[in-house]
Design a protein around this ligand. Sequence first.
Ligand code: PLP
Ligand SMILES: N[C@@H](CCOP(=O)(O)O)C(=O)O
Length: 468
Amino acid sequence: MRYVSTRGDAPILGFSEVLLAGLARDGGLYVPETWPTLTPATIAGFAGQPYSEVAFRVMHPFIDPEISQVDLRRIIDEAYSVFRHPAVTPLIQIAPNHFIMELFHGPTLAFKDVAMQFLSRVMDYVLERRGERATIVGATSGDTGGAAIEAFRGRERTDIFILFPKGRVSPVQQRQMTTVDDPNVHALAVEGTFDDAQAIVKGMFNHFSFRDRVSLSGINSINWARIVAQVVYYFVAGATLGAPYRPVSFTVPTGNFGDIFAAYVAMRMGLPIRKLVIATNVNDILDRTLKTGAYELREVIPSTSPSMDIQISSNFERLLFEATGRDAAQVRRMMHEMAQARTFSIPGPAMEHMRTVFASGRADGAVTARTIAETYSRLGYLADPHTAVGLAVANEHLERGVPMITLATAHPAKFPEAVQQASGIMPHLPNWLAHIMRREENMVHVPAELVTIEKVIESKTRAIKVGY
Ligand SMILES: Cc1ncc(COP(=O)(O)O)c(C=O)c1O
Ligand SMILES: N[C@@H](CCOP(=O)(O)O)C(=O)O
């Protein structure tokens, strides 16, 4: 498989190069040159298979021929052996036509573990074979950071730097990043929002001398390997509920649009999807965009679902590329307008394509709290605030005869205050994680300034190349 940039002006690369590159050199995001498809018989055959088998079948076409089948199977088996549920991403039925897919059985209780456990292993494998090191830099609004640190801690070939918005992540999320004492891990508390942190990371990728000097690599969902690992669970859930012989719908609590874009990829690969429902909190830019056709940036409002407090939704660019018929010039125009004017309009035909596939909705803090309370009192199911945003929006999109699958993207114990306030129930961290609340924290405080943060990274990474 070869990969092209959404902005049409970067080298076409194979999987390993895309994995290490993160962002394309023209500022765009990599997507496969073509979408591989799976036959209905293959999809039907996923029902009842172990998660790692489905993962191999779904991911292999995107990676072939760069990693042998034997090695890829081993990497996948290892990645999913650390999950604490045998199904990895189990389904829970909450109504005749409504299911929750729990994605939080990994080591940091967040859906990010599903991709990150694969990413760290595949990156290690590629770096080892090339005899190289990498500096990994990522931005987080809470969950990506913890999952990445857990997956990359102690790895010999990578140093990892995570930028998180100071005071805007939950205490559990923060401690998952700051209580790890492996020397290759660095948590950076940024004076700013997640969008500021993400812009700084993108700025580093566009600063070529720095990028090359430190062998910069990324773990955010701008990295294609993140997306490909997330495609798997849509097939697993779909096949379990009757696909390809009946369509399914998904509701996805959405921020950076990586998770729901993975669902779109599953659809392009042949999974019959009736609707993909984008669920946003009060930071509802994607809901507004779908309704109005204009992407308009506003200030970020802190919410009880902090991991979705985002305005610049990176992976939306991948959808724009697809919805415009892969018109890189149009994508460049829209991204340029966003940078200049903080808004851009989406051409009519592209909006039509999006509206045939996607629906959307928003849940504010009160609706989110009510949903947590009701879901608990009616079903005894304790949802975290991100999942509750999904459930609230999903309830508006249920359709007779089409199973709706709402993604549970985090464990409630990551957001105990919000959950307790809403439901009266205090969710507790599992014993194996409780120690993080007692450990000493370690972080570097930094202003939201590219140059300062680059200096911090250069002073600490072991991946410096001479002569750049
Ligand atoms: C718990 C949780 N739910 C939902 C999201 C949104 O996912 P995405 O950014 O892929 O849209 C995130 C962050 O990414 C998250 O951490
Ligand atoms: N919600 C995310 C934000 C970063 O998203 P990513 O999927 O691009 O890594 C987080 O929890 O950090």
